[in-house]
Design a binder for this molecule. Structure first.
Ligand code: C6P
Length: 411
């Protein structure tokens, strides 16, 4: 019997996810690795098959009916992403392979003349490698300087320090909305406004926010915002980059190829308008189409409901785990998403992860692609339990029993 919630019928929701009803190592699966990738509801799985059985063909280039239908489905999905982020225009949504490619796109395009030697780019101490390395490439190429907004022991960014780092040299700020390693929710609206005060543009990495809370890019006044479909119950290999129209117009294209051109001669090429300028080559059409289905699914549940239920689960897990002997939490910010990062005193996180797996419990262990955070705490890694709306309080109890077994075996 699964605990229900006033807003969401969790037992019924779990029925939508076939993968959750299997045994792993002889035990019922407890899937707590949702920050890495979420599971897919039947609606999404069916939409994948449906696409290939009914309209599969290349898009934006055929006059035949299948191509028109595939194009319409792909563009309908773009419209759903627009509405989901409350962007003003559908062509402000660029389909990419996900957050990693989106950030590389922006950094690489800025490197084609828009960032110069001595300009400053700010990132934060909480970033995923995807929001560090592309900026290092850009700095190496352009002579710009990368600066880092520091954080405190709780995993909260130091906003005073941020303000003092901002100056007329700051050209770009790239920060996440929610930290994948610690779950910190950053005050991005305030941080965007402060960056704008010095004339800088801001990119928000929404990999861990878009699946868990309503996001409104216009209310945030974000210049760029990005997310990956596989973390919002959709397919892998697709994601979206939102950019304000005038900024996307200003950025040179990222990759050259089919679809992104207007005219091509051997002497020179001219480029297509938005969004095609940034969408060279045949995209992952099926995944693009099905991302729209995943968005429909979370909207049917309601993002406010999802956020409220996950917060309830987070509070419950945190309270129960606080009473566990030897528990060491990392990331105790006041505002958190449903991620709990921790270690058991004196035990390597990897060893705990292996034992939990034997018990059917999937968590992530290691540096979570955020090595600077681990360096900050001077630890090799953490155990990370990350919750989705299909997780339950019963699963939190199973996790605790698993941790007790791991502690008994390893200490
Ligand atoms: N974090 C995790 O286990 P991609 O791989 O492009 O879909 O997303 C990269 C990425 C960027 N920013 C943040 C904040 C992220 O959490 C991620 C992906 C996964 O935490 C896999 S490393």
């Amino acid at each position: 019997m699964v605990s229900d919630n006033a807003l969401l019928h969790i037992e019924k929701i779990r029925e939508d996810f076939p993968i959750l009803h299997q045994k792993i190592n002889g035990q019922p699966l407890v899937y707590l690795d949702n920050a890495a990738s979420t599971q897919k509801p039947r609606l999404v799985l069916d939409a994948i098959t449906d696409y290939y059985q009914t309209i599969n063909s290349n898009i934006h280039r055929g006059v035949h009916l299948l191509s028109q239908k595939a194009t319409d489905a792909y563009e309908l999905s773009r419209e759903k992403v627009r509405a989901h982020l409350n962007a003003e225009k559908a062509h402000e949504i660029i389909f990419t392979r996900g957050v990693t490619e989106s950030i590389n796109l922006v950094a690489s395009s800025l490197g084609k003349g828009l960032i110069k030697k001595g300009d400053e780019i700010l990132i934060s101490a909480l970033e995923h490698h995807s929001n560090i390395v592309p900026w290092q490439f850009l700095c190496a190429q352009s002579g710009a300087i990368l600066k880092v907004i520091p954080m405190n022991e709780k995993g909260e960014l130091l906003l005073e320090a941020y303000r003092s780092l901002l100056s007329d040299k700051t050209k770009f700020v790239a920060i996440n909305h929610v930290s994948n390693a610690l779950g910190t929710v950053n005050p991005v609206k305030e941080m965007i406004a402060q960056a704008h005060d010095v004339g800088a543009w801001v990119l928000i990495d929404g990999a861990q926010s878009v699946p868990h809370m309503p996001v409104d890019v216009q209310a945030l006044d974000a210049d760029f915002y990005t997310f990956s479909a596989h973390k919002i119950y959709g397919p892998t290999g697709i994601g979206a980059l939102y950019g304000k129209e005038h900024l996307l117009e200003l950025l040179p294209p990222y990759q050259g190829g089919g679809e992104m051109i207007s005219t091509v001669t051997f002497e020179e090429s001219t480029y297509a308008g938005l969004p095609h300028k940034f969408e060279a080559g045949t995209p992952n059409i099926e995944a693009g189409v099905v991302l729209g289905t995943a968005i429909d699914y979370v909207h049917a549940l309601g993002l406010e409901n999802i956020a409220a239920y996950e917060q309830e689960l987070l509070r419950y897990a945190h309270q129960k785990m606080s009473a566990f002997e030897g528990m060491e939490f990392y990331g105790t910010a006041q505002h958190k998403a449903s991620v709990i990062s921790f270690n058991l005193k004196g035990i390597h996180p990897y060893d705990v992860g292996v034992i939990l797996d034997k018990l059917g419990i999937a968590v992530r262990t290691g540096h979570h692609c955020a090595q600077p955070i681990m360096d900050f705490y001077n630890i090799p890694g953490t155990i990370r339990a990350s919750f989705a709306f299909y997780n339950t309080k019963e699963e939190v109890e199973i996790l605790l029993k698993g941790l007790a077994k791991a502690r008994a075996m390893l200490s």
